[in-house]
Design a protein around this ligand. Structure first.
Ligand code: AMP
Ligand code: TRP
Length: 332
C-alpha cells in the first residue's frame, strides 16, 4: 500500500517560537513514528517576500535547520531540505501562476493583514500562496500539518491543484490541512488576542523563543496577561483569553483532557500556580532542545551535508513532477 505522504514548511524569518513548535513542528516529529513519508521544508523563498537582508537570511536558514533537527526531526526518517536548493519549487510557482485567478490571491487574509502593515509590498507577497501550493503538490502530499493560520493557504492549494487537473488532466493529489486539536493557535502572552509570532508587527515581550534563556522565558510566562478574576477554567470569553491560552499550552504539553486540566487547578488560589506549572513544562521542553541546537549549530559543515542529502531526495520527486506539468501544459 502507498504510504501517506506528508509535506510542511516553515519560514526562516527569525527564531522559532513556542507557537511554531506546539502548532506545527511537534506534529512533524510525532509523524515520524507513523507509517508516513515525511517532507519538511525550510521555505527561504517565502521568507524573502518580506525579509530583505541577505546575511540575516543566511544565518536564519542554518539556525532554523539546526533547530528542526534539535526538535527531533531525524534525517533518516524525514526529508528535511531548503526550498531554494530545489529548483522545481520556483518553476512550479510560475506554471501555477498561469492557472491561478488573481482574485483568489487577493482574498487571502494573511495577504490582506500583511499589506496593511507594510509601506511597500512586493509582487511576491501576493504570490506567496502559489509558491506554497507548488511546495505541497509537487510531492503529491496527502497531509499538510500546520497551525490554524495556514488553513486557508492549504485550501487554496487544493483549489489550484483541482483547477490544474481540470484544465490539463489528473496531475496532482488534493492535499488536506491537518490542524492539531490543541496548540493550533498559541497566543501572544502579553496580548492574548493576537497570535504568537516573531514577525515584524508583534509584541515581542509575549513571545517565548526556543532560543531564549531560562530567565527570560520565566519572566515572559510570569508576566503573562490574565484577567482580574481567579477562576482557572477553559472559556472562549475575550476576558479569559490569557488564561485560556495558558491552559491550552498546559493541555497540549501534558496531553491531558480539558476536564483533567481544570481539575489540576481546581484548588489553586490565583493565577500564580498556573503560570508556575506552565513555566516548568515549557522549560522542560525547551532546555533539552536548546542543548541539542548548540551541538548542531556548532558544526555548519555537517548541517549543510544533512541538508544536501534532503535536497537530493526532494529533487528526485519534484523534478519529474515539474516535467510532467510542463509536458501537460504543452511545453516541448
Ligand atoms: P511560520 O513561522 O509562519 O513559517 O509558521 C510555521 C508553522 O508554525 C506553520 O504551520 C504555522 O501555522 C505554525 N504557527 C505559527 N505561529 C503559530 C502560533 N502562534 N500558534 C500555532 N501555530 C503557529
Ligand atoms: N506559509 C507557511 C507559514 O508561514 C509556510 C509554508 C510554505 C508552508 N510552504 C508550505 C507550510 C507548504 C505548509 C506547506 O507557516
Amino acid at each position: 500500500m502507498k504510504k501517506i505522504r506528508v509535506f510542511s514548511g516553515i519560514q526562516p524569518s527569525g527564531d522559532m517560537h513556542l507557537g511554531n513548535y506546539l502548532g506545527a513542528v511537534k506534529q512533524w516529529v510525532e509523524n515520524q513514528d507513523k507509517e508516513k513519508e515525511n517532507f519538511y521544508c525550510i521555505v527561504d523563498l517565502h521568507a524573502h517576500t518580506i525579509l530583505r537582508d541577505a546575511k540575516e537570511l543566511r544565518d536564519n536558514i542554518r539556525s532554523l535547520a539546526a533547530m528542526l533537527f534539535a526538535c527531533g526531526l531525524d534525517p533518516n526518517k524525514s526529508t528535511v531540505f531548503i526550498q531554494s536548493q530545489v529548483r522545481a519549487h520556483a518553476e512550479a510557482c510560475w506554471l501555477l501562476n498561469c492557472v491561478t485567478p488573481i482574485g483568489w490571491l487577493e482574498r487571502m487574509t494573511q495577504y490582506k493583514d500583511k499589506k496593511e502593515k507594510l509601506n511597500s509590498i512586493s509582487a511576491a507577497l501576493l504570490d506567496y500562496p502559489v509558491l506554497q501550493t507548488g511546495d505541497i503538490i509537487l510531492y503529491d502530499a496527502n497531509e499538510v500539518p500546520i497551525g490554524e493560520d495556514q488553513k486557508q493557504h492549504v485550501e487554496l492549494a487544493r483549489d489550484i491543484a483541482q483547477r490544474f487537473n481540470n484544465l490539463f488532466g489528473e496531475t496532482f493529489v488534493l492535499p488536506d490541512p491537518i490542524i492539531p486539536s490543541v496548540g493550533a493557535r498559541v497566543m501572544n502572552l502579553s496580548n492574548p488576542l493576537s497570535k504568537m509570532s516573531k514577525s515584524f508587527d508583534e509584541d515581542e515581550s509575549g513571545v517565548v523563543g526556543l532560543l531564549d534563556d531560562d530567565n527570560s522565558i520565566l519572566k515572559t510566562i510570569k508576566r503573562a496577561v490574565t484577567d482580574s478574576g481567579n477562576q482557572i477554567v477553559f472559556s472562549n470569553d475575550k476576558e479569559n483569553a490569557g488564561v485560556n491560552n495558558l491552559l491550552g499550552i498546559y493541555k497540549v504539553i501534558t496531553g491531558k483532557s480539558s476536564m483533567q486540566v481544570e481539575k489540576d487547578f481546581a484548588n489553586a488560589k490565583g493565577y500564580g500556580v498556573l503560570k508556575e506549572s506552565v513555566a516548568e513544562l515549557v522549560l522542560g521542553i525547551i532546555t533539552p532542545i536548546r542543548a541539542k541546537y548548540k551541538e548542531y549549530i556548532s558544526d555548519p559543515q555537517e548541517l549543510d551535508k544533512l541538508l544536501e542529502v534532503g535536497a537530493e531526495n526532494a529533487r528526485t520527486i519534484s523534478e519529474p513532477k515539474v516535467s510532467e506539468m510542463k509536458e501537460r501544459m504543452g511545453f516541448i
